[in-house]
Write a protein that binds this ligand. Structure first.
Ligand code: MN
Length: 613
């Protein structure tokens, strides 16, 4: 930079092993595809490597049948030099709810012990009370704290407000401050203004994390460097761009041409990018149409990952054509909810609620449990007050809380360890179980039996043949030398003569459209199937008291039994769809005549789940 004697230095954090494949490949990259390039990544000269946290923990357990802790240990062994970094959602850790302080402290302690040195910690609502325990635990474990605030735009957000957050994070004992622009909203000029003010107001190094969703990332990072940013986040060029990040090689070349030191070895970076170019091809099945550059993000403020989630939700409803309405509904719900930044888990809460508002044709007629909890204050304090009319509709005054949400959660470690019994002896297993109870138990099972992960390409649907009426509901199919575990999840309404079937292929939900040519009227129509897997042969909802679900999902809990008296609006079932719990209410007063579902079964819209008369 002109006028300085010492060349300016900007350091880089590589995100290829965490955020880049989370954005581009639905977080599916396997450890075996990371290890071969680690030696080069480790020598390339990065300030840190983000390799863990975010959604990687969940997908390791749920889809890859990998122990996330084992992944961390293997990466640490392969990357001994460069500090390893993780993304931690404050009191939510790497899950979707608030956990008790004892869980949070242990999680951080084990993460540090297994290899994480830098903890990037944030809260979806920027409620810094939700960072307290993780920051304390990180300092205790000898880790470095990177305090992050979520960047967003709204009538209640301003540069001065963000600077104030950064000052408070500095006071809480952070070592670096991160501007977390998860949606790629930060324009080059806004980055310049924000970083300049931050550099004046705080003494700590400033780290910028942004996405290329709107195609602005290279320019944004360059302006941030001009304003004095200390560290920037990039990904290997073959895993960069679109909903991912700016390319490392490009940013390094731009800065080096401007006389800025990066400490990076450009020839090694080329080899790293070449490795991921090859690897990426094998994950083709997980690439989406929504990973490219989309300037609409500036209008809707919907992060890339959220757009693809919304598309999946709508596809399950045969309502993909209603995407524009849902995207228009998102900012309205966000305003009602006090302008939360849209990031996990607030993005899922707002997104699912917007989808329900559109599909039911009435705002807040159906609320998810998460929406209810959010409106109660159980996620913390949003940046602005919640719309009082919406809040009143959902929760009573007595149900509302204003304390730090985790203050209401009793310790959970001892009970979880006891529940798990002999199944998982070590602390890491107990943590996996507390974070994702059902998924972790399935994973422990698969680990014991040596069941392989989901295949990298989806099974091609075979032509339907008129088979016997009693079709199996859970089976293995052997095709093209591969074996797939298939569980029939249920069927939806036929559209244009094609009926959607929801099949779990190695636990990955696939929609298969079947155009029926020969049909046999089953003699057991309307009877409830008792087989494992709960294949759907439930009657179609016809009457007002036939309780059904608005979203295909899995029954988490059955709240009533035959003979119970219920009032209109009472919760009779809880159904999980897209990681959100939806309360299913009875539309009329009456007596429960029949319950057609059990916990763990898959359900679809229009099926009668509970009969009230
Ligand atoms: Mn990100």
């Amino acid at each position: 930079m002109p006028g300085t004697t010492k060349p300016r230095t900007v350091r880089f954090t590589d995100l290829t092993l965490r955020d880049a494949h989370q954005c581009l490949l639905a977080t599916r990259m396997r450890t075996e595809d990371m290890l071969p390039v680690c030696e080069k990544l480790d020598r390339a000269g990065f300030w840190s490597l983000e390799v863990w946290g975010g959604a990687t923990f969940d997908t390791c357990l749920r889809f890859l049948r990998e122990d996330p802790w084992e992944r961390l240990r293997r990466l640490k062994a392969a990357l001994p030099k460069t500090p390893l970094q993780m993304l931690l959602r404050g009191q939510n850790l790497v899950g979707y709810r608030h956990y008790a302080d004892d869980t949070v402290s242990r999680f951080v302690e084990r993460a540090a012990e297994n290899g994480i040195q830098i903890f990037r910690i944030f809260d979806a609502l920027n409620d810094l009370r939700n960072l307290k325990t993780t920051i304390k635990a990180t300092i205790k474990a000898g880790g470095r704290v990177e305090g992050a605030f979520c960047y967003t735009t709204s009538p209640v957000h301003s540069v001065d407000g963000f600077v104030d957050l950064a000052r408070r994070l500095e006071d809480m004992g952070c070592d670096t401050i991160c501007v977390k622009d998860m949606a790629g909203l930060l324009t080059p000029q806004a980055a310049y203004d924000l970083v300049r003010k931050l550099k004046k107001a705080i003494r700590l190094p400033v780290h910028l994390h942004s996405h290329d969703t709107a195609g602005m990332a290279v320019a944004t990072h360059l302006k941030a460097v001009e304003a004095g940013v200390d560290i920037i986040d990039t990904a290997a060029s073959s895993m960069a761009g679109g909903t991912s990040h700016p390319p490392t090689e490009t940013m390094a070349a731009i800065l080096s041409a401007a006389g800025v030191e990066t400490g990076l070895d450009l020839s090694l970076l080329t080899e790293v990018a070449e490795h991921f170019r090859k690897v990426r091809k094998t994950y083709k099945a997980f690439e989406t149409d929504y990973a490219g550059i989309d300037p609409n993000v500036i209008l809707y403020q919907v992060p890339g990952g959220m757009t693809s989630n919304l598309a999946i939700q709508l596809k399950e409803q045969n309502a993909l054509h209603r995407m524009p309405e849902v995207l228009a509904e998102v900012p309205r719900v966000r305003e009602d909810f006090g302008f939360p930044p849209l990031v996990t888990p607030s993005s899922q809460i707002v997104g699912t609620q917007a989808t329900l508002n559109v599909l039911t044709g009435e705002r807040y007629k159906v609320l998810t449990s998460e929406t209810k909890n959010y409106l109660r204050g159980l996620y913390g304090r949003p940046p602005a007050p919640i719309n009082p009319d919406v809040q009143k509709k959902a929760v009573s005054d007595e149900e509302r809380v204003d304390v730090r949400p985790a203050d209401l959660i009793p310790p959970e470690w001892e009970k979880a360890a006891a529940d798990l019994g002999g199944r998982g002896g070590i602390a890491e297993d107990v943590l996996s179980y507390i974070l994702f109870p059902k998924v972790a138990l399935d994973f422990f099972d698969a680990r014991e039996k040596g069941i392989p992960p989901e295949p990298l390409s989806a099974a091609a649907p075979e032509a339907a043949s008129p088979g016997p009426i009693m079709a199996p509901s859970e089976f293995n199919i052997h095709v093209h030398g591969e074996t797939y575990h298939v569980k029939v999840g249920g069927a939806g309404h036929p559209v244009g003569g094609r009926r959607p079937y929801f099949l779990y292929v190695d636990d990955h939900l696939e929609e298969v459209l079947v155009e029926s040519l020969v049909e046999i009227v089953p003699s057991f129509a309307g009877r409830i199937d008792d087989s494992v897997g709960g294949v759907s042969r439930r009657p179609r909802a016809m009457e007002e008291g036939d309780v059904t679900t608005a979203m295909p999902g899995t029954v988490v809990s059955v709240k009533v039994k035959p003979g119970d008296t219920v009032k209109r609006g009472d919760t009779v079932l809880i159904v999980e769809a897209m990681k959100m719990e939806n309360e299913i209410h009875t539309p009329i007063d009456g007596e429960v005549k029949a319950v057609h579902v059990r916990e763990g079964e898959s359900v679809n819209p229009d099926e009668v789940l509970v009969v009230v008369r």
